[in-house]
Ligand binder design. Structure first.
Ligand code: PHE
Length: 341
């Protein structure tokens, strides 16, 4: 019996040391110390011992039990710590790590300029209109007084979809004048921003796709003075109170008289420099009094109503507003450029 107890002590010590989980350890506890366990089985044989042997064996059995219990306890602690350590590792949250940086986008400089323009005109009671980029030549040309044979209708200038030159990518936002006249009640005050397309080669000032903002007013007694006053107010809001403008005579088929408006060069103040090509002035927009025949074609009586219109290049407006030298920067989506605004 003594041998059995010693054997049990040795066996259990090795098994406990080898246990690699709390569950395995619990199984060992049941196996050695449980009611049907190995120690209990040995103790049951105590009855067969002599009176002298019994206390000696009892003492040995107790010390084996105590040793077993303390070994179990020690191993349990070890395994518990190990399990905790593993869990801590698995669930690690390092609160000292820097947070994840969320990149916030922002408005493209051209849309900043467009929003400023819209604000200015909405403030003056204008409505903002949207219109089709795929347009009928009828609206882009005919109803704007540019008859068959007009140079801008040429295939070398315009993107057509069909051989009859009826459907095209609009080459200007001016067809929105016609669309507004045909659908809106008088008086009319609109601005219509959007993309336009021309067969131009890409360079520092040209792109086959660019943006314009069309503006138009039709009412009784509207004059060229209203046009100049409105455009000057716009320019001062955009570029500053002291911005100087000048109006030069020009020709557009749908306005009479027609003009172009220049702003004094922001770089040289009018003396002449590379930015203004030595002119001292930078061309900003085309404008004029709406041709009576154009009013008539859209069903408006030119004896009662008159109106003006202008078309401003949006890229050019943004380039002047933010002093950008090359048009291509506006379209390239280079973040090194875009994040500067
Ligand atoms: N549509 C003309 C252009 O693209 C500009 C313009 C608009 C001129 C309105 C007069 C009136 O050049």
């Amino acid at each position: 019996m003594k041998d059995k107890l010693n054997e049990l002590a040795a066996q259990s010590a090795a098994a406990i040391e080898a246990a690699d989980s709390l569950e395995a350890l619990e199984e060992l506890r049941v196996r050695f110390l449980g009611k049907k366990g190995e120690l209990t089985a040995i103790l049951k044989m105590m009855g067969k011992l002599s009176a002298e042997e019994r206390p000696v064996m009892g003492q040995l059995a107790n010390s084996v039990r105590a040793k077993l219990e303390s070994e179990l306890e020690t191993r349990k602690k070890e395994l518990g710590e190990k399990a905790l350590e593993a869990r801590m590792k698995a669930e690690a949250l390092d609160v000292t790590l820097p947070g994840k940086h969320v990149e916030l986008g922002h408005k493209h400089p051209m849309y900043i300029a467009l929003d400023e323009l819209k604000d200015i005109f909405i403030g003056m009671g204008f409505t903002v209109l949207d219109g089709p980029e795929v347009e009928l030549a009828e609206y882009n040309f005919d109803k704007l007084n540019a008859e068959e044979g007009h140079p801008s209708r040429d295939w070398s200038d315009t993107f057509y979809f069909d051989n009859d030159s009826r459907v095209m990518l609009r080459s200007q936002t001016s067809p929105m004048q016609v669309r507004a006249m045909e659908t809106m009640p008088l008086p009319i005050r609109i601005v219509a921003p959007g993309r336009v397309y021309r067969k131009d080669e890409v360079d520092a000032t040209h792109s086959p796709m660019f943006h314009q903002v069309e503006g138009m007013v039709i009412d009784r007694h509207v004059t060229m003075a209203d046009l100049k006053g409105t455009l000057n107010a716009m320019v001062r809001r955009l570029y500053g109170e002291n911005t100087k403008t000048r109006f030069r005579p020009h020709h557009f088929p749908f306005t009479e008289p027609s003009c172009e408006m220049d702003v004094q060069c922001h770089k040289c103040g009018g003396v002449g420099c590379p930015t203004c090509k030595g002119e001292g002035w930078i061309e900003l927009l085309g404008a004029g009094m709406i041709h009576p025949h154009v009013l008539e074609m859209s069903g408006i009586d030119p004896e009662v109503y008159s109106g003006w219109a202008f078309g401003i290049g949006l890229e050019r407006t943004a380039m002047r507003r933010f002093k950008i030298a090359d048009l291509r920067l506006i379209f390239e989506n280079d973040l090194r450029f875009l994040t500067q605004f």
